[in-house]
Design a protein around this ligand. Sequence first.
Ligand code: PMP
Length: 426
Amino acid sequence: MPFTANRQFKKAPRMLVAAEGMHYTTADGRQILDGTAGLWCCNAGHKRPKIVQAIQEQAAELDYAPAFQMGHPKVFELANRLVDLAPEPFEHAFFTNSGSESVETALKIAIAYHRARGEGQRTRLIGRERGYHGVNFGGISVGGIVNNRKVFGSLLTGVDHLPHTHDLKRNAFTRGQPEHGAELADELERICALHGPETIAAVIVEPMAGSTGVLLPPKDYLQRLRAITKKHGILLIFDEVITGFGRLGAPFAAGYFDVMPDMITCAKGLTNGVIPMGAVLTTAQIHDAFMTGPEHLIELFHGYTYSGNPIACAAGLGTLDTYAEEGLLTRGAELAGYWEDALHSLRGLPHVIDIRNMGLIGAVELEPIAGEPTKRAFSAFLKAYEKGILIRTTGDIIALSPPLIIEKDHIDQLIGTLGDVLKTLD
Ligand code: PMP
């Protein structure tokens, strides 16, 4: 099983058999409040009628169309809807099947873009420590999580990393964006000086690093990164696989922070997690570089059998309809204050060394047990599950990202139960 302690899981499997709204049902008939929107993806909650219906109807009409040299109406409809939802500079979409594939696609587009414009020497890619960009070779190369990298060989060459921005000394218990750390973006100048900026194709960062523990960008950090990349002709890619589709209280983090990258990767909430699908959004400048270069039969030699799969597109359209009808993509902004107060009420409980929040995402960081990192938080996960709430842990950090349909009484239950769990931890 993926990212699972398989030997432990076998002894006591946690099996889910149904889901509706804010809840999962377990094999033994218990209701579990979903505090993580599945894996940060079921932003509209579970078993949403429009999405179910869209999938059923599409399966009965056009189940599959070849993805290469052929099209079908729904893939263009979804692309148009996506770029309408995204901030203004984004005009084109390329479909993939996951967040990992969106990342690989964006990195390849970046290198090919420069080559199409006569700058073929720009091949270097810059990621960031503690970054998560999926599990394929490009993604783990630019990513910065040691366990995802260390046993998989030599990875991509020509990659460098910015420092991460997590700073408990200066920023612990900040509500929203941390005050300190914008200057860490200036490290990009050092990397440029080291390699020559004209060799760098792209910088990829999560505007808010999710999987590594909900690390919010310090104030002005993303703006500085944008200014430096622009100055040197380097593309900036925001990996919005988690922040896309309302997590922070706006459709995309780019709009929320008002910093426009050159590409956005997304997945997860694009189909509410129901059917695997991802996308890369690009500006006209990037798209046009491929269209106006020397004429080839095929402009971008890249794609997947299931790119723009009709049933995935139907799920995506049903999802975007649901978000729009229920105002879910801005609900994170409406509930942010209540969510923030609830989360920060956990301050002072045993072992809690930091609490972070924004929109409808949050993290509670625990002091690791000496010599046994991850044990304390994982024990919280198991206890929380017994008490009827689903949380997620990464290292000794508990992450929360509930479906955006959450109500205040669910927030009370989620945070109240988590508080009870924290009081019982060794
Ligand atoms: N990028 C980011 C920022 C992610 O959070 C994730 C998944 N958590 C991925 C990429 C990879 O997505 P997937 O698991 O769909 O390949």
